[in-house]
Design a protein around this ligand. Structure first.
Ligand SMILES: NC(=O)c1ccc[n+]([C@@H]2O[C@H](COP(=O)([O-])OP(=O)(O)OC[C@H]3O[C@@H](n4cnc5c(N)ncnc54)[C@H](OP(=O)(O)O)[C@@H]3O)[C@@H](O)[C@H]2O)c1
Length: 350
């Protein structure tokens, strides 16, 4: 697999990255054995996959801890990306949180440290119930100022952002921080970033890391109908609001029919090409402009060994155009709000 440069950094990463959200196990993804994590991380490194994406928020630190255990003795082969929650991004708290992440990961530096979400009332509320933090969240200037301090001290090599829109990227760059990557939801069923965010990132040399490459399993073909999808995975705007067991926040009607029609059409294309729908879906992302890496939650060796083949799959323009047309009705219905969990009025991404 040919490596790609992450934005204006000197980091070279394989185009398929390891999404480590499930590591450590937890309510959202259910049980995840350390044995599977050890095996999958070690096999990934053997296969040349080097980017590992985690966050302090994933399973309350257990994801970082689990990844740290699995990388023991091979940390130098990995590019570790972790994320600070916006509610912890005060100048006075960020260092403590970064050091806690380093400790859990068993390392003394992070390759990329990202601000997990832009700082605004709705996003902060998602990370904390503390009324003082919600009333007076960190400022953009102090968060990026503190990240630049950590960078000068060598605790982090590069600064990244996640889920930032154009206005928010302007604000972040105005602090003087050099932003190397923006991690955003991007896949065949979630194409909102194509309109404004991708062109902006390309113009300013910000590499895009595509998260949720398989739209949490939908593009792996593991569900035959909306009724099959577990409540957490049905929280996104692809599904009608009622579907997420009363905890969806978007209030919309979803695009269930369009989504499953698209998945069925993709299954046919994948069948004709003799590949798995997950491989087709990952290869489509990697063919798109601005994308440096697609994050996949490969949770065991079997999934990893199948998914990694997408790195060798080159789709021709006819197939890419067909997939674009097939998925267009979803884009039309869900619109260009890149926040797939909140209504356009409450979008955390501006
Ligand atoms: N920055 C952010 O705000 C943000 C947000 C979301 C995600 N992310 C990152 O993106 C990563 C990837 O997203 P994700 O983990 O949410 O979801 P994902 O990668 O889109 O999908 C994971 C799901 O796909 C299934 N799967 C994977 N490969 C498969 C295969 N070959 N065959 C069958 N099923 C397969 C897994 O099934 P099983 O469960 O059955 O194993 C799992 O349910 C995360 O781990 C995280 O690092 C970042």
């Amino acid at each position: 697999m040919k490596k790609r440069k992450l934005g204006m950094s000197d980091l070279e990463v394989a185009p398929i990255g390891m999404g480590c959200w499930a590591y450590g196990g937890g309510e959202y993804w259910g049980e995840q054995s350390q044995r599977d994590v050890n095996e999958v991380v070690s096999r990934a490194l053997d296969l040349g996959i080097n980017l590992f994406d985690t966050a302090e928020m994933y399973n309350n630190g257990a994801s970082e801890e689990s990844l740290g255990l699995a990388l023991k003795g091979r940390r130098h082969e990995a590019v570790i990306c972790s994320k600070i929650s916006p509610s912890n991004a005060y100048a006075k708290t960020i260092r403590k949180h970064c050091e806690a992440s380093l400790k859990r990961l068993g390392t003394d530096y992070l390759d990329v440290y990202m601000l997990h979400w832009p700082i605004n009332e709705i996003s902060v509320k998602h990370f904390t119930d503390d009324p003082d933090i919600i009333a007076s969240p960190p400022t953009v200037q102090e968060a990026f100022g503190a990240l630049m301090d950590l960078q000068r001290e060598g605790k982090i090599r590069y600064i990244g952002i996640s889920n930032f829109g154009v206005k928010q990227m302007d604000e972040a760059r105005a602090t003087g921080a050099q932003i190397v990557v923006n991690e955003l939801p991007y896949n065949i069923l979630s194409r909102a970033i194509e309109k404004d965010i991708v062109p902006y990132c390309i113009k300013h040399g910000i590499g895009i890391i595509a998260s949720m490459a398989l739209q949490q399993g939908l593009l792996a073909g593991i569900y035959n109908s909306p009724d099959d999808v577990p409540p957490y995975q049905a929280h996104s705007r692809h599904f009608k609001h009622e579907r997420g067991a009363g905890t969806s926040r978007h209030g919309g009607e979803g695009a269930e029919e369009e989504v499953f029609q698209t998945v069925r059409a993709l299954q046919e294309i994948a069948h004709d090409l003799g590949v798995h729908i997950a491989q087709l879906s990952i290869a489509w992302i990697l063919a798109k402009p601005g994308i440096r890496c697609a994050l996949v939650g490969s949770r065991n060796i079997k999934e990893l060994e199948s998914n990694v083949k997408a790195g060798m799959l080159e789709l021709d323009n006819e197939i890419i155009g067909r997939i674009d047309r097939i998925s267009e009705p979803i884009l039309m219905k869900l619109g260009y709000n890149p926040d797939y969990y909140e209504s356009p009025e409450n979008s955390r991404i501006e």
